[in-house]
Design a protein around this ligand. Structure first.
Ligand SMILES: Nc1ncnc2c1ncn2[C@@H]1O[C@H](COP(=O)(O)OP(=O)(O)OP(=O)(O)O)[C@@H](O)[C@H]1O
Ligand SMILES: [Mg+2]
Length: 419
């Protein structure tokens, strides 16, 4: 291999630093370019030697590994951190990933595990950099937090994640798709919880429900206070921005279809992607979101009820004048052992499934319970790869808005008997 992977070792115990240095000394494609005994020293040394990968101990006196990782993400963003810990505790994992670590190794680990992690993290970073340099607009770095709103004139794409049946994975896909588009494709992404009564986005991202929500924003925009978006949109350390659903269901009533439209218009201005996690309740606000969307990722599962509702939804979408291309079908939890094949689904609904996402309860539920998107904590899993493929396919795709003249109020009304 021509390029060597430059590694910095950070651990407060001298024997561990020596041991790791010796282990890595056997690898021809890895070079140890420095060592540090504390978080503070790690930041200083990394700024000088510019390592590709930092092996970071989590427990250290002065600044711990998590705080050091946070500083490194800001000061030496080209260095990818592999966190090392004696405890595999969920909270440690979550905090490390949110601080910007790319991998998590639990001590004691084998030399194979160590070198595989270093190579994986390095390769992934290289792939990401080459993708970002190939993009026409310089990629927005992870933490696309800077200027979601006041950037001049750039109008992004609205992607609605919808399904005519609950529990098929809309929130899971919306959150991970947003993170994938931000971290891997360099897009500036705002994720909107459009499930106004019982939104789950905050739970998956471990956000405090006391944060401001869309219910606070709608009246501000109605009053013409367009400058105030940043007060309501949360910068999440997973590299995305988030507009939460109201903390209590009754507040959903404050959100009108016109209000939603104004919010989406304001958000699309200055973000590459506005991803909206919709409800499966087909009401006026959901309809406003679907109308405004450039693309509706409509999710289904291999269940007969989901397939039946999808058939109905496609009929309604046609009546509403949505272009065929505006709707993409995403089959979630695709698993061949469920007694229904993808081809059965396609012939039943008379349409091809556009994207599939594998079923992986282990990665998905583990991530859910820890408040870290699986796309960050388990990047290698098939389910993450499927999400990335989906992100690559949809980010940038734009379809014309439906013509107003083809929509009729009566048709809209028919939606309410839909579920
Ligand atoms: N690809 C997958 N593999 C395994 N489990 C999955 C997958 N996608 C989603 N799940 C699980 O299915 C359940 C429902 O997912 P999620 O909450 O994202 O669906 P939803 O459509 O947003 O539901 P709701 O109607 O409650 O809003 C969750 O327990 C989630 O962990
Ligand atoms: Mg949901």
């Amino acid at each position: 291999m021509a390029d060597q992977i430059r590694v910095l070792i950070v651990d407060d115990i001298p024997e561990t630093r020596d041991h790791l240095t010796k282990l890595l000394g056997f690898e021809t494609d890895i070079e140890v370019v420095g060592a540090a005994a504390s978080g503070n020293e790690a930041v200083t040394v990394a700024s000088q030697v510019k390592p590709d990968v930092v092996l970071m101990d989590i427990n250290m006196p002065d600044m711990d590994g998590i705080a050091a990782t946070e500083k490194l993400s800001a000061q030496v963003p080209t260095a990818s951190v592999v966190m090392m810990s004696v405890q595999g505790e969920a909270d440690y994992l979550r905090r490390s990933m949110l601080a910007g670590a790319r991998e998590f190794l639990v001590k004691p680990f084998s030399s194979d595990e160590l070198t595989a992690s270093i190579r994986q993290v390095y390769t992934r970073e290289q792939e990401k950099l080459s993708r970002m340099s190939a993009m026409p607009v310089a990629g927005v770095p992870v933490g696309a937090s800077s200027n979601g709103t006041e950037d001049g004139g750039r109008d992004g794409q609205i992607i609605a994640i919808f399904s005519p049946k609950g529990g098929v994975g809309r929130t899971t896909v919306a959150v991970n798709l947003a993170v994938a588009a931000a971290t891997e494709l360099g897009k500036s992404v705002v994720l909107v919880d459009g499930s106004f009564q019982f939104g789950d986005v905050g739970v998956l991202l471990n956000l405090n429900p006391k944060n401001k929500s869309i219910a606070d924003l709608v009246p501000e925009l109605d009053a013409g206070e367009a400058d105030s978006l940043d007060t309501f949109v949360i910068n999440h350390s997973a590299g995305i921005r988030v507009l939460l659903a109201p903390p209590s269901p009754e507040m959903a009533e404050l959100i009108t279809p016109a209000g939603v439209r104004r919010v989406l218009d304001a958000l699309r201005h200055g973000h590459d992607l506005v991803i909206v996690d919709c409800t499966s309740w087909f009401n006026e606000t959901t309809l406003a979101i679907l109308d405004a969307a450039d693309l509706v990722l409509t999710m289904l599962s291999l269940e007969i009820t989901s397939i039946k509702n999808m058939r109905l939804f496609l009929e309604v979408a046609e009546q509403l004048g949505y272009e065929q291309d505006k709707i993409k079908l995403v089959l979630n939890r695709a698993d061949s052992s469920l007694g229904i094949r993808v081809s059965d689904v396609e012939s039943s609904i008379g349409r091809k499934v556009d994207h599939t996402i594998v079923s992986d309860g282990r990665s998905v539920v583990y991530a859910l319970n820890r408040g870290v998107p699986f796309f960050l904590s388990n990047r290698e899993a098939q389910v993450s790869q499927d999400i990335l493929r989906l992100a690559q396919a949809v980010a940038g795709e734009r379809v014309a808005m439906p013509r107003e003249d083809v929509r009729k109020t009566a048709q809209k009304k028919s939606l309410f008997s839909f579920r």
